[in-house]
Design a protein around this ligand. Structure first.
Ligand SMILES: Nc1ncnc2c1ncn2[C@@H]1O[C@H](COP(=O)(O)OP(=O)(O)OP(=O)(O)O)[C@@H](O)[C@H]1O
Length: 444
């Protein structure tokens, strides 16, 4: 393997010359023996391919770029090309004989990764008798690692954990058996489990943008630009109460410019401390006396909870450049009501070098848990939202919920690109619940 430009890896051939055939064979035997002793290298993988993700090139990418490398590395792979949405998730949840494999590979985008995440995590909890509906449940970490071969539209999770969206680089990380622990957020509504998230939970701007872009899937990746512009011009804001438990004992802070990189000492500190006591003790606090929790009510253009930097090729530093992959925290970014021009300035800072948190209307907190309650109690579900007629023309903040439609009072949460059916949610971070075949972004 050799490093080329911008975090890309390529195969590197080394040729040994020796006139003695016996000696050559001895070398081959010894090298193969040494390789088989490396227990972190996977020997058997379960591969799911989404043939419809991104530009619909998942199958070709796997067959032309990845399978030949697995073959050279003597990795056997059972391949399933999905036939419908949630095929991979449901297969992992119930049918897959996971004991046969050293890892699961996802060929697709962030939505496909989310399917694999839900299938695997749910399977492990079911096997261990853990009830996912309990927000306080201590989830059992997954022993199988997940590899991501990027073949979607944005591939944000691959980019934020490898540094580049390149199928060959990702395949090489899988082959050499890299391991990167990653925190997972569990999201509940009134003690009912909704979803897991590893990258972004966004209400307001990003929730509206994703909701709109789902209706424009036929446009391909360009849908994000169009929906982004439309959402920006709408300039909606939403009222609600956010309560969060700050990660007071965390090593870093969202504005410390300490980026999570390969071998990150902040994440390793979390790994070595093995002290998960806060998990239990802190969770009890809000039920007792609310101590330790911060509560804020206000009008928000966006509420973003970043579990990782959320860097992508369009925004190479991401929504929260100093968020960590595996420190047991997430960065909660609150963008309060402001002028359209100010919000534009804030957005612009995601693609230049200025500090996007350095605005009076933006605050950021490193937290372990948070709850959000919209101003009005939700009385209708997202199904109703889909049936609601287009906006009625009243302003986003209405005097009473009955006076205007659902989508002028509530935004929706986007959870790693999927839309959640409720606005009122409880979120808690499950420290290092999964591991990826990756090593974090390497310093150049
Ligand atoms: N065979 C299939 N037919 C239809 N949909 C599928 C199939 N397999 C998976 N899906 C669904 O397709 C959705 C989108 O897939 P994917 O994430 O791979 O691509 P994308 O949306 O283009 O990329 P990104 O999520 O990175 O923007 C996923 O939510 C997944 O559940």
């Amino acid at each position: 393997m050799m490093r080329t430009r911008q975090h890309q890896w390529r195969c590197s051939d080394v040729t040994f010359h020796c006139p003695n055939q016996g000696l050559c064979e001895q070398w081959i035997t010894v090298i193969n023996e040494q390789l088989s002793l490396l227990t972190n290298r996977p020997k058997s993988l379960l591969v799911y391919i989404n043939p419809y993700g991104g530009k619909q090139r998942g199958k070709r990418i796997y067959e032309q770029k990845v399978a030949p490398l697995f073959h050279r590395a003597c990795i056997s792979a059972d391949v399933i090309v999905t036939e419908h949405a949630n095929h991979a998730r449901d297969h992992l949840k119930t049918e897959a004989s996971l004991e046969k494999y050293d890892g699961v590979v996802c060929v697709g985008g962030d939505g496909m990764f989310s399917e694999i995440l839900h299938g695997l995590v749910t399977r492990v909890q079911t096997d261990h008798g853990v009830d996912q509906n309990q927000p306080d449940a201590e989830l059992v970490p997954c022993s199988l690692r997940i590899g991501i071969i990027p073949a979607g539209s944005t591939d944000c999770i691959c980019f934020a954990t490898v540094g580049v969206n390149d199928p060959v680089t990702s395949a090489l990380h899988i082959i050499i058996g890299d391991s990167q622990p990653v925190d997972v957020c569990s999201v509940h509504h009134k003690d009912i489990f909704l979803r897991y998230s590893v990258s972004l939970l966004g209400y307001g701007f990003y929730g509206d943008l994703l909701t709109d872009s789902e209706r424009k899937r036929w446009l391909g990746p360009a849908r994000y630009d169009l929906s982004g512009l439309k959402t920006f011009l709408s300039h909606n804001y939403y009222e609600g109460t956010i309560s969060f438990l700050p990660a007071e004992d965390a090593v870093g802070s969202p504005r410390d410019k300490l980026q999570c990189r390969s071998g990150c000492h902040v994440c390793q500190h979390k790994l070595s401390s093995k002290d998960k006591q806060w998990d239990i003790s802190e969770r009890e606090k809000p039920d007792k006396d609310g101590s330790g929790w911060n509560v804020m009510r206000g009008k928000f253009i966006a509420i973003n909870a970043a579990n990782m930097s959320c860097a992508c090729p369009r925004s190479p530093k991401g929504l929260s450049p100093s968020a960590h992959l595996a420190d047991g925290t997430l960065d909660l970014i609150l963008v309060r009501k402001c002028s359209r021009l100010d919000f534009f300035r804030h957005l612009l800072r995601h693609i230049n070098t200025d500090d996007q948190f350095d605005h009076s209307f933006v605050e950021v907190h490193r937290v372990r848990m948070f709850h959000f309650q919209p101003l009005y109690q939700e009385s209708i579900s997202l199904d109703d939202l889909n049936e609601t007629p287009k906006k009625t023309g009243c302003s986003p903040m209405c005097p009473a919920p009955t006076a205007c439609s659902y989508n002028t009072i509530y935004s929706s949460w986007t959870c790693d690109g999927e839309i959640l059916p409720h606005a009122a949610i409880q979120v808690s971070v499950q420290c290092q619940l999964i591991r990826l075949f990756a090593r974090g972004i390497e310093e150049q």
